[in-house]
Design a protein around this ligand. Structure first.
Ligand SMILES: [Zn+2]
Length: 184
């Protein structure tokens, strides 16, 4: 149902084709809706799931959106010097939800809790939650305020994902995800 809705909306905003309007990439798993003028709030809604798709369909497809692949979306964001959404907020919400799913914590995730409890599965899920294919370990260190022990565990997680063919090292501390969905 959700996927049908996504297909309908992305096809509309792909000018009648289920593909990126910039490069023609057509794997729905890596397509997203882009607000042409850039708008943080709506892009957060996009990330949150089908709410925006439903809204657009029910509003008879207003102008101002286009279908992009993640790469083109990220490139556009970089070129425009805009963030498509607030990564700090998004990642914090994601961590909280992941940990709630695991029933480990009931309260807001804090660096203290991460530094106490996070394991390889947590880091694999965290990497999986990133919205782009390339990431730099230093950004994750900083965002999660990792201590030295957890930095080592994060690097070990990356090595494990590399062995599983899910990740590729592309530079010092820089990695590329080879698949969107990483499970450990
Ligand atoms: Zn593209």
């Amino acid at each position: 149902m959700e996927n049908d809705l996504k297909t309908i909306v992305l096809t509309h905003y792909g000018n009648g084709k289920l593909e990126c309007v910039k490069c023609g990439f057509s794997d729905i798993r890596a397509l997203c809706l882009d607000h042409i003028d850039g708008d943080n709030k709506l892009n957060v809604a996009k990330r949150a799931g089908g709410a925006l798709y439903r809204l657009l369909k029910n509003s008879n497809f207003p102008n101002g959106y286009q279908t992009l692949c993640f790469n083109c979306n990220f490139i556009k964001a970089t070129e425009n010097k805009e963030r498509k959404f607030n990564p700090e907020v998004y990642e914090q919400q994601k961590i909280t939800r992941m940990l709630k799913e695991k029933s480990i914590y009931k309260e807001q995730m804090t660096p203290e809790v991460i530094n106490e409890y996070a394991g390889m599965d947590f880091f694999a899920r965290y990497i999986n939650s990133l919205s782009w294919y390339h990431f730099d370990l230093r950004d994750i260190y900083r965002k999660l305020k990792l201590n030295d022990t957890k930095k080592i565990l994060l690097r070990a997680t990356c090595l494990k994902l590399i062995r599983q063919g899910k990740l590729k090292r592309v530079g010092k501390g820089k990695y590329e995800r080879l698949v969107m969905g990483i499970n450990i």
